[in-house]
Design a protein around this ligand. Structure first.
Ligand SMILES: *Cc1c(COP(=O)(O)O)cnc(C)c1O
Length: 388
């Protein structure tokens, strides 16, 4: 019979937190410069961010916005998706993905995820298509790209649009194709926790001029042009979705470090994998194949049924050792709003439920050292041994 885990002392003095940003001295100078310039919105940093991001992705157009959620909402609005339409996505995501479907008055239709990648199961998409289906919204969960060949093929067959939620996947490639160049529109987030961190911010990428023109217009009140010396006119009741120059300069600086940071996280990731691969209660993340994983979150699946504790107790034990951990994600179909509106129940999407009940994200960031990661490994191992 196990008792509660009570360590004599934590593994480390300061607590490791999942999802805190890199603090870089140069950022402070650049923020001061933006402040002094008086260009706090729609200035040179926003323009530069859009151009540098476009080059990094290798797409034709990139439209900067104030958040990843704004990016997703704009994409659906630009496609003209609205009431009586259906959009196919998965319940294993952050609520922003499905909330934007609600914003435009359409209905989210869920497809379960597949074991292993934890991404939308492409073999279940066709079954979910109806006469009302307008788009598919795949999410590259924790940076692991979806099978874009299969998704694109299905979309073409049924004449559907594809909007990718790439909030976790700035650096990712599906096979040899860069994420952000494949679908009608791809949406990125520069939230403080993301791989390109701006505090608040996001981007929509596209290769189609007709979408680009609308994205630019709709993201700023629906103006036809942005020359405010001319009498102005709006062609659509668009939004105030601009990014601030303060966030743009942080995102821009973060983008400059993106490949270096990925290499660091890649190395830490392999250190985790090596340490955990022989622990039978742990299932490693799926990320070793011909595609490029963006290594956004290091997420393990723990078979708690083989341990004498549940996830909350496990996290509490780690916390006592000063090791932070996080749950990602609570299935959308079990959120109160979606349960009430659509009558979803536990059991509706069994793979999503199985996974989301058992996963745990451990600290992963370019600011961590190998020593930090060893502390986490040490902590996880201790707790598993205690409750085994
Ligand atoms: C972070 C996130 C978003 C939303 O991005 P914000 O910039 O926070 O609005 C959307 N989808 C997923 C999967 C996310 O993780």
């Amino acid at each position: 019979m196990n008792t509660v885990f009570k360590p004599e002392k934590p593994i480390r003095k300061d607590k490791l937190i999942v999802g805190s940003p890199q603090i870089v001295e140069d950022d402070i100078n650049d923020l001061t410069e933006v402040y002094k310039s008086g260009w706090w919105v729609s200035g040179p940093k926003t323009k530069q961010l859009a151009e540098e991001f476009r080059k990094y992705i290798g797409c034709k157009y990139a439209v900067p916005v104030g958040s990843g959620t704004f990016a997703l909402h704009l994409a659906l609005d630009v496609l003209g998706i609205g009431p009586r339409d259906e959009v196919i996505t998965t319940p294993y995501t952050f609520p922003a993905t499905t909330h934007v479907i609600e914003y435009v008055g359409a209905k989210p239709v869920f497809v379960d995820i597949e074991m292993g990648s934890y991404n939308m199961d492409p073999n279940k998409i066709e079954r979910a298509i109806t006469r009302r289906t307008k788009a598919i919204m795949p999410i590259h969960i924790v940076g692991r790209p979806c099978d874009m060949d299969k998704i694109t093929r299905i979309a073409q067959k049924y004449n559907l649009s594809v909007v990718e939620d790439a909030a976790h996947a700035v650096e990712a490639f599906w096979k040899r194709k860069k994420i952000g160049t494949i679908s009608d529109m791809t949406c990125f987030s520069f939230d403080v926790t993301k791989n390109v961190a701006g505090g608040l911010g996001g981007m929509v990428t596209t290769n189609k001029k007709k979408y680009y023109d609308k994205l630019v217009s709709y993201s700023h009140f629906g103006f036809l042009q942005r020359d405010f010396n001319l009498p102005y006119d709006t062609v659509y009741p668009g939004y105030k979705y601009d990014i601030s120059e303060f966030c743009a300069v942080l995102a821009l600086n973060s983008l400059k470090r993106i490949e270096t940071n990925l290499k660091i996280r890649e190395k830490l990731w392999q250190t985790y994998n090596k340490a955990f691969k022989d622990i039978p209660e742990i299932v490693l993340p799926n990320g070793e194949d011909e595609s490029r994983h963006a290594r956004h979150l290091y997420m393990i699946l723990i078979k708690f049924e083989k341990l004498g504790c549940n996830r909350a107790e496990f996290m509490e034990a780690l916390d006592k050792l000063n090791i932070g951990s996080r749950i990602r994600f609570t299935p959308i179909h079990l959120h109160t709003y979606y349960r009430k509106k659509y009558g979803f129940r536990r059991g509706d999407f069994p793979v999503t439920e199985y996974v989301s009940d058992r996963v745990l994200c451990l600290p992963l960031s370019a600011k961590l050292t190998e020593e930090d990661v060893k502390d986490v490994i040490n902590g996880v191992t201790k707790v598993i041994e205690f409750y085994r």
